[in-house]
Design a protein around this ligand. Structure first.
Ligand code: HEM
Length: 416
């Protein structure tokens, strides 16, 4: 007999509207209301368990208890992730595919990303010294170029058009109506284009750098020794390009933080790697990006008196865990030095997911994200000077992604 009477339940038929309204704070608010880090609600007509906190994250990343198959809503798969990619795999199939992603995160390949990032910022500044400089728009262009070169894609399309299509994939991924369809069209257009590259590589019409992800995924074999369908290669290649471009959101927040917390910037002036790291970690903890991640209960189990029923959708609160006062002192203050004391627990600081990289679903690009942001922060703080005109820095707590209203505009950029 299934009995989950101990799990607090949100009353009512459906709570999707409250989730949309309260956004990043939805789960956090109910943790206080129910005095529980585990509760049940209903979202999009479906029962959903919600979890927040360190022990709860550890539970969520237990592969014996949760799976990803069928967890992400299909509209998000059709835009953000693509169908058939690593996010929806479990067990051996997941480990085998994830290993390909992690094989690119070597010291050498990460150094290349850092070099490319600095080089592209140099180009952006050269293009733009006299005009108003929109940090977010420039970052998308910079990171599209970084992503294409690093992944090993020959740049043939119009650069601006490609940037627009790639950012549709994350800016409008959770949108409804027309914007959602625009995102789907952008995905299908970019997927088709990459599929053609895969076919050309396989039949020898196109020669590309063999160390790079485009070639590696094109020639990767699954557990049965078969080449992946070109559609799947395309989804996985976009699983690298799209999030690299999406780091622009964090770039915008990083520059915003450097404007809003000038005392913290004084500590960065010698380009000290540790201080840069603390600052970036705090940006990733402090500002909103992904509100939560999702899985399904693999097989019914009991945990701390709560019953988890097989198949139930389960949300782990990423933003809320990063703002949990039981983990973080003064969670609503921007204090990079808190990371001097942080012990590296894989379940308490989870802006890009938690647990292990290789056997879990933790973000494959976390180290790369930190590297791109460190290079960018050092560049803006130590290599250029600029003025900051009056603008609107407010950001919403229910848009995904959330961004400062004016995107961070700079003027009179000069090299130091
Ligand atoms: C913009 C900064 C980024 C954020 C906020 C972010 C966030 C996330 C989150 C929340 C997950 C899901 C974790 C889970 O479900 O347990 C994830 C997974 C993933 N991310 Fe990122 N990510 C970022 C950048 C990147 C970059 C730069 C790359 C690649 C270069 C990348 C590649 C991936 C992949 C491949 C997965 C799927 C991993 C799996 O299912 O095993 N991400 N990311």
């Amino acid at each position: 007999m299934v009995n989950n009477q101990n799990m607090p339940k949100e009353k009512g038929l459906d709570h999707t509207i409250s989730l949309l309204k309260e956004g990043y704070n939805y789960i956090y608010n109910r943790k206080d209301k129910y005095h529980s880090r585990v509760f049940q609600t209903r979202i999009m007509g479906e029962k959903a368990n919600c979890l927040i906190g360190t022990k709860e994250a550890e539970l969520f990343y237990d592969n014996n208890k949760f799976i990803r198959k069928g967890a992400a809503p299909s509209r998000i798969q059709k835009t953000l992730f693509g169908e058939g990619g690593v996010q929806g795999l479990d067990g051996e199939k997941h480990h085998h595919r994830k290993a390909v992603f992690m094989s690119f995160m070597t010291k050498e390949m990460l150094s290349e990303v850092k070099e490319l990032t600095e080089m592209e910022w140099e180009r952006a500044i050269t293009r733009n010294q006299t005009e108003e400089f929109n940090v977010y728009e420039e970052a998308k262009r910079v990171l599209t170029n970084v992503a294409m070169r690093w992944v090993g894609i020959p740049m043939q399309e119009d650069e601006r058009e490609l940037t627009d299509e790639l950012d549709d994939l994350f800016e409008d991924a959770s949108a409804i109506g027309l914007k959602h369809w625009k995102a789907r069209m952008s995905r299908s257009k970019t997927e088709d284009w990459i599929k053609q590259l895969v076919l050309d590589i396989r039949n020898g019409k196109l020669t590309v750098d063999q160390r790079r992800p485009l070639y590696q995924f094109s020639m990767h074999r699954d557990l049965d020794g078969q080449l992946l369908e070109p559609e799947i290669v395309s989804v996985e290649v976009l699983n690298l390009i799209r999030p690299i471009v999406a780091v622009s959101v964090y770039v915008d927040f990083t520059i915003l933080a450097s404007i809003q917390f000038p005392k913290e910037v004084e500590k960065l002036q010698q380009g000290n790697d540790k201080q840069l790291q603390f600052f970036i970690q705090e940006v990733r903890r402090f500002y909103p990006f992904f509100p939560f991640t999702v899985a399904r209960v693999k097989k019914g189990f009991e945990w701390n008196g709560y019953t988890f029923e097989e198949g139930t959708l389960t949300l782990l609160d990423l933003y809320g865990t990063n703002h949990d006062p039981e983990i973080w002192k003064e969670p609503d203050h921007f204090l990079p030095d808190r990371f001097k004391e942080w012990n590296g627990n894989p379940f308490d600081f989870i802006p890009q997911g938690g647990g292990e990289f290789d056997i879990g679903h933790r973000c494959a690009g976390e180290w790369m994200t930190i590297d791109i942001l460190k290079v960018t922060l050092n560049y803006f703080v130590n290599k250029i000077s600029y003025e900051v005109p009056q603008q609107d820095f407010t950001y919403s707590m229910n848009d995904i992604p959330s961004l400062p209203a004016s995107r961070v505009i700079l003027e009179n950029i000069r090299r130091k």
